[in-house]
Design a protein around this ligand. Structure first.
Ligand SMILES: *[C@@H]1O[C@H](CO)[C@@H](O)[C@H](O)[C@H]1NC(C)=O
Ligand SMILES: *[C@@H]1O[C@H](CO)[C@@H](O)[C@H](O)[C@H]1NC(C)=O
Ligand SMILES: *[C@@H]1O[C@H](CO)[C@@H](O)[C@H](O)[C@H]1NC(C)=O
Length: 261
C-alpha cells in the first residue's frame, strides 16, 4: 500500500478536474482558513495598538516614586508623600525687602509659570532659578521670586516666599492670598497627577499650620484677572477640586494685571 503522500502540485493540477461541488467545498475551506488567519492578525494589530496608546498615557507616579525621600536630601517632608525643597537647596538668591503676610488667608491663587515643564529635581531647580532671575531682573525688578510656592513636574514643592511673606503673583490679591506657581504651561497639556497631588498636599499642610483657613478657596489667576494663566487645561482640573471657588472677575473688580513688588 502506498503510504507516502502525493506531491502538492500533483494534487493542485487535479483540482480543476474535481467535480464542481468538491471544488466549491475546498474553496470554502480555504476561505475559512484565510478568514480565521486574517481575523487573528487584525486582532493582534489592534491589541498592540491599544497597548501602545496605553503606554503613551501619563504614568500615575513620579519617576522617583517607591522610596519617596531617597534622592530628596534638603527636602522637608510635610506629608507621607510630599516634601518641600528649601530655598538653600535650589540655590535661591537672597530676597530684597518684603512685607509680612497676615495669616491665615482664605484664598489660594494658582498660576502657571508659562515655562517648559520639568521632570527631574535638577530640571525643576534650574527652572525655579530662571524664574527667580526673571522676576528679580530688569523686566520686573521684584524683591524675590513672585510665588509663595512652586510645584514641580517632579512632584516636589519648591519654596518661594513661603507662607508668611506677601507674594508678587497676582496684583491686588498678593496681600490676601497664597500664590502657587505650577511649573509648566497648561493651555493644552495637563499637569502631572503627582504635581496636582503635591499642590493639594501643600495646601492641606497650610491649613494644619494655620496659614490657610480650613475652608480656603482655590482660584486660577484667570478668574481674578485678564490672563490665560494657569491655562485652560489646568483650570479644568482646578474646577473639579473640593476647594475650588466659583468666582469670576467683572470689569469693576478687575485691576491691573500680573505684578507686585
Ligand atoms: C529696582 O528696585 C529697587 C528697589 O525698589 C530700586 O532701588 C531700583 O532703582 C530698581 N531698578 C530698576 C532698574 O528699576
Ligand atoms: C492689601 O492692599 C490693599 C492696597 O494697598 C489694601 O487696601 C488692603 O487693605 C490690603 N489688604 C490686606 C489684607 O492687607
Ligand atoms: C458658577 O457660577 C455661575 C454663575 O455664578 C453658574 O452659572 C455656574 O453654574 C457655576 N458653576 C459651577 C460649576 O458651580
Amino acid at each position: 500500500m502506498e503510504s507516502r503522500l502525493p506531491h502538492l502540485t500533483y494534487c493542485v493540477t487535479l483540482l480543476p478536474a474535481a467535480p464542481a461541488p468538491c471544488r466549491h467545498w475546498l474553496a470554502a475551506l480555504v476561505g475559512l482558513v484565510l478568514g480565521v488567519g486574517i481575523t487573528a492578525l487584525l486582532a493582534g494589530v489592534i491589541i498592540l495598538a491599544i497597548q501602545r496608546s496605553g503606554a503613551d498615557e501619563q504614568p500615575q507616579t513620579p519617576p522617583t516614586a517607591g522610596d519617596p525621600f531617597s534622592e530628596r536630601s534638603n527636602c522637608l517632608p510635610f506629608s507621607e508623600e510630599h516634601c518641600l525643597v528649601s530655598r538653600d537647596a535650589w540655590h535661591a538668591a537672597p530676597s530684597g525687602r518684603v512685607a509680612t503676610l497676615a495669616t491665615p488667608v482664605d484664598t489660594v491663587i494658582v498660576q502657571q509659570t508659562t515655562t517648559h515643564t520639568c521632570a527631574t529635581r535638577e530640571q525643576c531647580i534650574s527652572a525655579t532659578r530662571k524664574i527667580q532671575e526673571f522676576h528679580m531682573g530688569k523686566e520686573n525688578n521684584w524683591s524675590d521670586i513672585g510665588y509663595n510656592f512652586l510645584v514641580g513636574g517632579d512632584g516636589l514643592v519648591y519654596s518661594g516666599r513661603g507662607w508668611d511673606i506677601v507674594g508678587a503673583h497676582t496684583k491686588t490679591w498678593n496681600n490676601k492670598s497664597i500664590g502657587v506657581g505650577v511649573i509648566g504651561s497648561f493651555s493644552e497639556v495637563a499637569a502631572f497627577p503627582w504635581q496636582l497631588s503635591a499642590m493639594k498636599g501643600l495646601l492641606a499642610w497650610g491649613v494644619s499650620k494655620g496659614k490657610l483657613t480650613a475652608d480656603y478657596g482655590v482660584m486660577g489667576a484667570s478668574q481674578v484677572q485678564d490672563t490665560d494663566s494657569p491655562g485652560q487645561r489646568l483650570m479644568q482640573d482646578l474646577r473639579a477640586w473640593k476647594h475650588w471657588r466659583n468666582y469670576t472677575y467683572t470689569t469693576s473688580t478687575l485691576h491691573t494685571a500680573h505684578g507686585g513688588t
